[in-house]
Design a protein around this ligand. Structure first.
Ligand code: CP
Length: 308
């Protein structure tokens, strides 16, 4: 079997279409494994993986840990709060000290865009980017693509909309790269203050109208308003945002077609999505979370082949 073209997963931008297809095909096999009564395989026995999180996470962190345990890896978890980072230790010193304990792979979330790329130049272990600031979140894009394929089949020629706070979203950029490499058409939709200036250079359609976007797409991937990354006001109030950019079940029900609703989480209920939409039959939000484990198993398994 041909392996991945890369030793690290730093972003979707650096993957080939073949890499993405290999990960998604391998994830299909792992999804079957984790639905068996015995969910564990010995594929990464004797491999030690450190999950190093400098930013908060629920889904990504637990999903990686479960993926690692299902593959029989040894796992250590690090979070910056409560660590010696608080005493001034640098990122590189922190990681080198963890690697000195014979760690083979590092899964890292960091608030600085490019932090995993910097580490990849300095250390020997495989690195998986679990989200670097507003830059990329490659495993989220892969699990999103996997979940879309499960629901609507081959993504070639399919119309996928990404709606919300595009400017501050690492999920948006990784999704755009991933979907385009799989042949999908991508539209981004948001308030103009929440669309990055460079977005038009990425070959995506752009809209400021949610109704028009929902009428166009097969899948709507709705993104959270990332208030924690907003140093200035990008819109007058959350109430106004939800009136103009919020999506509810009625808007989905009145479309004259099936639509798939996605969200990477965490959801700001009542802001970008109403509860009746998030919990409706259009939504595959919890399928995305379920699929995250299989997709991350595939990524770790395939990367480990490039380090043995
Ligand atoms: N989707 C996602 O990255 O969620 P967490 O921040 O909870 O990991």
């Amino acid at each position: 079997m041909q392996g991945l073209s890369t030793k690290h997963l730093l972003g979707i931008k650096g993957l080939t279409s073949n890499d993405i297809e290999l990960i998604l095909d391998t994830a299909k096999e792992f999804k079957e494994v984790i639905n068996r009564p015995i969910k564990k395989v010995p594929s990464l026995r004797d491999i030690t993986i450190a999950n190093i999180f400098f930013e908060n996470s629920t889904r990504t962190r637990l999903s990686f840990e479960l993926a690692e345990k299902r593959l029989s890896a040894d796992v250590v978890n690090f979070s910056a709060s409560g660590s010696s980072v608080k005493k001034g230790e640098t990122l590189l010193d922190t990681v080198n000290n963890i690697l000195a304990m014979k760690v083979d792979m590092v899964v890292m979330r960091h608030s600085s865009p490019g932090a995993p790329h910097y580490l990849a130049k300095k250390i020997k272990a495989n690195i998986v980017n679990a989200g670097d600031g507003t830059h990329e979140h490659p495993t989220q894009a892969l699990l999103d693509a996997f979940s879309m394929q499960e629901k609507i089949g081959d993504l070639n020629g399919k119309k996928i909309a990404i709606i919300g706070d595009i400017l501050h979203s690492r999920v948006a950029l990784s999704n755009i790269f991933c979907l385009q490499k799989l042949g999908a058409e991508v539209m981004v939709c948001g308030r103009s203050t929440l669309l990055a200036k460079y977005i038009s250079e990425l070959g995506v359609k752009i809209s400021n109208k949610v109704a028009e976007t929902l009428a166009w797409c097969d899948v709507a991937n709705v993104l959270r308003i990332q208030l924690e990354r907003q140093q200035i006001k990008y819109f007058p109030s959350l109430r106004e945002y939800s009136i103009y950019y919020g999506i509810n079940k009625k808007m989905l029900d009145q479309l004259d077609k099936e639509i798939v609703l996605m969200h990477p989480g965490p959801i700001n209920r009542g802001v970008e999505l109403s509860s009746d939409a998030a919990d409706s039959s259009h939504s595959i939000i919890l399928d995305q979370v379920e699929n995250g484990v299989a997709v991350r198993m595939a990524v770790l398994y395939l990367l480990a082949q490039n380090n043995l």
